[in-house]
Design a protein around this ligand. Structure first.
Ligand code: CP
Length: 335
């Protein structure tokens, strides 16, 4: 495996293989599998789980990591193309990325969403531009429109909990947040659940529809897997019989890049905070999922997050096993 950019690129067979490896490494550690290997990690936006789980996962396989981020003691990092560098920044990302990549056997990159132009972000222009500067195997640690490591971990979490795939009802619900957040997790999640063969409902207020290309891609995945994908603003209809309520906030697609327009649209939507009544007509064993970090009392109530339905810690722990599987197939003896 030379690239881990999108679960869609892997196909169902490769995902099965990765999940099998993740489960095996969890039960039967292989502390020398990646001995002598080095993973470079470049973070252009903040992280807790991705940073810690890649470092821990690589260490558990006998390899090493190093981390670079703009907050560290590095020369100021310029990212804009075609700029005359007569300001503070002394290092351009165009040299920094291939230098960092050259020190490792593989590189993980977390890029940021431009969040001004939706077409640019859907095309993942920033991440793809950085990836083109690397000659080593490349892992997407979250880009403008994708978060495959999170999706693989979420898939594993649902398998671990025996949440039904075929005929399982997965509700991806928009949740209130004071700021306009990127589309990476909702885009990756709707596709992952569709690829798993689930009946997926995207529940969101008017103006927060997921972009058409993301929905079309998820529908195509559902057509292959035997699942389905629909979108609604009808909360009652969406939540009935749900096996999973996966909460996430995202930017208004109608006002993408327009902070004031987005802000106006989300004002008054504070009741989109997942709470116990949301589960009243759901399946008896319905689970609450979220990628974290999550704002308590804003996105979800304490009683749901701290209650038995919540599997957010399992999801976060599975980040490590899912990524160990990716690293194993990329740098070890796996294909
Ligand atoms: N879910 C996730 O990617 O968390 P971090 O932003 O903390 O890495």
């Amino acid at each position: 495996m030379q690239q881990f950019y999108d679960l869609a690129d892997c196909g169902a067979e490769q995902v099965d293989k990765l999940l099998a490896t993740a489960g095996r490494l969890q039960k039967h550690p292989e502390p020398r599998a990646l001995e002598g290997k080095v993973l470079s990690l470049l973070f252009l936006s903040p992280s807790l789980r991705t940073l810690a789980s890649f470092q821990a996962g690589m260490a558990r396989l006998g390899g090493n990591t190093f981390v670079i981020s703009p907050d560290m003691s590095i020369h100021g990092l310029e990212t804009r193309p075609g700029i005359v560098m007569d300001g503070e920044a002394a290092e351009h990302i165009r040299e920094a990325v291939p230098v960092i990549a050259s020190y490792g056997d593989a590189i993980g990159i977390r890029a940021f969403a431009d969040r001004r132009n939706i077409e640019t972000d859907i095309a993942d222009t920033e991440y793809k531009g950085l990836g083109a500067l690397c000659s080593t195997p490349l892992i997407n640690m979250e880009s403008a429109i994708n978060h495959p490591c999170q999706s693989l971990a979420d898939w594993k979490t649902m398998d671990d909990l025996a949440i039904p795939s075929q005929s399982g009802k997965f509700v991806l619900s928009w949740a209130y947040h004071p700021r306009a957040l990127p589309l990476a997790v909702p885009s990756a999640t709707v596709h992952m659940a569709a690829m798993r063969g689930m009946d997926v409902t995207v529940l969101r207020p008017d103006g927060f529809e997921l972009p058409a290309p993301i929905m079309e891609k998820a529908k195509a995945a559902a057509a292959r897997s035997g699942g389905s994908v629909t979108e609604t603003d009808d909360r009652q209809q969406a939540l009935e019989g749900a096996h999973v309520i996966y909460a996430k906030s995202w930017s208004s697609t109608r006002h993408y890049g327009d902070r004031i327009g987005d802000q106006k649209l989300r004002t008054g939507l504070e009741d989109w905070c997942i709470d116990d009544p949301w589960f009243e007509t759901a399946d008896r064993d319905c689970r609450f999922m979220h990628c974290l970090p999550v704002r308590r009392g804003v996105v979800v109530s304490d009683r749901v997050l701290d209650g038995p339905r919540s599997v957010v810690i399992q999801e976060a722990q599975n980040r490590m096993y899912a990524q160990m599987a990716v690293l194993y197939h990329m740098l070890g003896s796996g294909e």
